[in-house]
Design a protein around this ligand. Structure first.
Ligand SMILES: *Cc1c(COP(=O)(O)O)cnc(C)c1O
Length: 374
């Protein structure tokens, strides 16, 4: 089956009790068992497993071409539960440009547990190769990356990781499985913040890991989640599963709107640079075309005139809401440096844009009037 068909049907078996076409939400925290804890229908306690969650897990696994998937209370819960399996002395390579939560986890919490973290430019395979020569356990890729939209070569990184006995994990949040399937390119695990495109409506937090193999690591992560408890609530699983149904259709419009907005912005005199993998000017355009089906719905734009000019544009936008997060129907804009705390790493003149599903003429018109005020 093709991806669009899987997105509509995966995890969507009719309810055997009623024939309901859409899945029931099972809110039960506990399930009847036999006197010696014999399971009757496979479930025991919600932290350990839940039928609504299992439907979403099946859908995520199907969309990523994975052997298994595990869902979590948030994207960060997925990341931290997986990285908690690293032992003291383990070496982890993360991208220099990546989701701020991973950067903070790597700076504040992983060193406490003796995990060595290297932040590298993953688009520079020579540097990554040299670092791997000193030992590596996990390479963590994020492509396209947040917020600079860097694109790294998943297949090449997987080869490098495997040559050194390491795993490649790919954060596929920005692309979604509609645009990019890292497991097919050799990655071992795909991570998602389902809060973003999977949910798609800015109303449900969640995370997922999709595993290429149903192996010891998969079982270790599932066990750790069972014990540590950052599980996805059934209602969240249900909403996210509903999001899956329209994911390919939404991604198509996110992509065409983002491409048109990126093209418009790239020729405006107030604009210093546009970062969008679907523009021929992107440094990894050829790789993006090979690795992704389209450029995605995220772009970043650097405004001439520095921080003040960027803030003026953000403040003048009327359809784009100033808010963090991404992947919803509504367009959002964010001055990343302002939300990064006391030591921002993102350029002060950069605005990150989550291009929504509004009419493209309205989106371009909004930027045109805002730029005119910068
Ligand atoms: C949002 C995000 C995360 C973290 O996910 P939460 O659901 O917010 O915990 C991780 N990676 C990327 C690329 C993200 O955009």
């Amino acid at each position: 089956m093709r991806l669009e068909t899987l997105a509509v049907h995966a995890g969507g078996e009719y309810d055997p009790e009623t024939g309901a076409v859409t899945p029931p939400i099972h809110l039960a925290t506990t399930f009847r068992h036999g006197p010696a804890a014999e399971r009757i229908a496979g479930y025991e306690y919600q932290r350990e497993g839940n039928p609504t969650n299992d439907r979403l897990r099946a859908a995520v696994a199907a969309l990523e071409g994975a052997a298994q998937a595990i869902t979590f209370a948030s994207g960060m819960a997925a990341i931290s539960t997986l990285l908690d399996t690293l032992r003291p002395g383990a070496r982890l390579i993360i991208p220099d440009d990546c989701y701020a939560g991973l950067r903070l986890l790597a700076a504040e919490f992983l060193p406490e547990r003796g995990v060595q973290v290297l932040r590298l430019d993953l688009t520079d395979l020579t540097t990554v190769g040299a670092a791997c020569a000193n030992g590596v356990d996990v390479i963590w890729a994020e492509t396209p990356s947040n917020p600079m939209l860097k694109v790294c070569d998943i297949a090449a990184l997987a080869e490098l990781a495997h040559a050194h006995g390491a795993l490649l994990v790919a954060d596929n949040t920005f692309a979604s499985p509609v645009l990019q399937q890292p497991l097919a390119l050799g990655a071992d695990i795909v991570m998602h913040s389902t809060t973003k495109y999977f949910g798609g409506h800015s109303d449900v937090l969640g995370g997922a890991l999709a595993f290429a193999r149903e192996d010891a690591l998969y079982r270790a992560v599932a066990h750790r989640l069972h014990i540590t408890g950052a599980v996805m609530a059934p209602f969240n699983a249900w909403l996210t599963l509903r999001g899956c149904r329209s994911l390919p259709a939404r991604m198509a419009l996110h992509c065409s709107n983002a491409r048109a907005l990126a093209q418009f912005l790239s020729v405006q005199p107030q604009v210093q640079a546009v970062h969008y993998p679907g523009l021929a000017s992107h440094p990894a355009y050829a790789l993006a075309r090979r690795q992704m089906r389209d450029g995605g719905g995220m772009l970043s734009v650097q405004i001439n005139g520095g921080r003040e000019a960027a803030l003026a544009v953000a403040g003048a936008l009327q359809i784009f809401t100033n808010a963090t997060s991404l992947g919803g129907c509504e367009s959002l804009v964010e001055h990343r440096a302002s939300v990064e705390g006391p030591a921002p790493v993102t350029p002060q003149n950069l605005l990150r844009v989550s291009v929504g599903l509004e009419h493209i003429d309205d989106l371009i018109g909004d930027f045109a009037q805002a730029l005119a005020k910068a």
